[in-house]
Write a protein that binds this ligand. Structure first.
Ligand code: DOR
Ligand code: ZN
Length: 345
């Protein structure tokens, strides 16, 4: 055993489904999946069946999330019509950003009316980032809006080579912009759909081999700032049906997939810590978790799915893959949550 001590990892993009879709996940099971994967702090998205677009809904989530084994915080949501709530939400310490959906996906939160978008960008107090689900043309529009309104912009789950170029240019032009990439987009391309069927269906969809190469290059050169899982659990039935629900799980596999990238020489170990911890901490102004760390067995390997899953979704697009790096210990504020690879907290 070769134990390596690392900081508790951060994931700024997860869908924990509570309230409203707890057949897919809840705060407790989602947090079990997180700590199993070495994540001690995560930020939940607002696209619940009843979206997190009011302070009342936010308060409800804050209460429900207290059963989590790790720290769970929130991104606020908008339908373009809750402008009065935005400054109130931005002032809350549990809120780390505002999520805008500029493309269709799970939930009913798409905003494509430019007038509504203008309202949102002008009503969100400058400071905490605006996060966008914005593919292709929508990303170009988001960059323009963020520039006009002096907002910090975080590009969620960047997928296409052209989007990496847009972020690179925006950074050169001095815009306060960051980008996150998902392990599934780093490791898979559209071809995986033949093999994995519904388990390879998500938004944004898997890209081309050229897109994938651009993502790795962007992650290595700093254009892409962080890894975010977009952990989006759905039941197996929902993934196996004719029109599969969008989204794949990610919390239990992200560290090992990135550790594999270190072993394969795609990124350095220092870069792994940046993209899974320090960058998120800095960009989202995440407070220090005192006396919090993880220990990984850097030489051990494990097979995805072999010991079951913690996520209620009970699946992974990486099922059957042998991965290096096993999370053996998780300590959060001095309290052991994972010991010898098993959840104890
Ligand atoms: O694949 C996805 N699933 N992409 C999203 O943007 C939303 C997510 C979900 O909530 O299911
Ligand atoms: Zn998402």
């Amino acid at each position: 055993m070769a134990l390596k001590k690392l900081p508790g990892l951060i994931d700024v993009h997860v869908h924990l489904r509570e309230p409203g879709a707890t057949q897919k996940e809840d705060f407790y099971t989602g947090s079990r999946a997180a700590v199993k994967g070495g994540i001690t702090f995560m930020i939940d998205m607002p696209n619940n069946p009843t979206p997190t677009i009011s302070i009342e809904r936010l308060d409800e989530k804050v209460e429900l999330s207290k059963k989590g084994l790790c720290d769970i915080r929130f991104h606020f949501g908008t339908n373009g019509k809750n402008l009065d709530e935005l400054p109130k939400a931005a002032a809350r310490p549990e809120v780390f950003g505002l999520k805008i959906y500029c493309n269709h996906t799970t939930g009913e939160m798409l905003i494509d009316d430019p007038v509504l978008l203008q309202g949102v960008y002008s009503s969100w107090p400058v400071g905490k980032p605006i996060l966008v689900h914005a593919e292709g043309e929508q990303l170009a529009q988001a960059i323009t809006l963020a520039t006009t309104h002096g907002q910090r912009l975080h590009v969620c789950h960047i997928t296409q080579a052209s989007e990496v170029e847009m972020v690179r240019d925006a950074k050169k032009n001095g815009l306060s912009i960051s980008a996150g990439v998902c392990p599934h987009h780093l490791y898979m391309t559209g071809e995986a759909r033949e093999r994995l069927k519904g388990f390879a269906v998500m938004k944004p969809p898997l890209g081309t081999p050229e897109d994938k190469a651009a993502l790795w290059a962007g992650l290595a050169d700093g254009t892409i700032d962080m890894v975010e899982t977009d952990h989006a659990p759905h039941t197996r039935a929902e993934k196996e049906q004719e029109n599969p629900s969008f989204g794949v799980t990610g919390l239990e596999t992200s560290f090992s997939l990135m550790w594999k990238a270190v072993q394969d020489g795609l990124i350095t170990e220092e870069r792994l810590i940046e993209v899974m911890y320090s960058a998120a901490k800095k960009i989202f102004n995440i407070p220090e978790q005192e006396d919090t760390y993880i220990e990984v067995d850097s030489e051990a390997t494990w097979v995805v799915g072999e010991g079951g899953y913690e996520t209620k979704a009970n699946s992974s697009p990486f099922e059957g893959m042998e991965l290096p790096g096993k999370v053996m210990t998780v300590v959060i504020r001095g309290k052991k949550v994972v010991e010898d690879g098993s959840i104890v907290g």
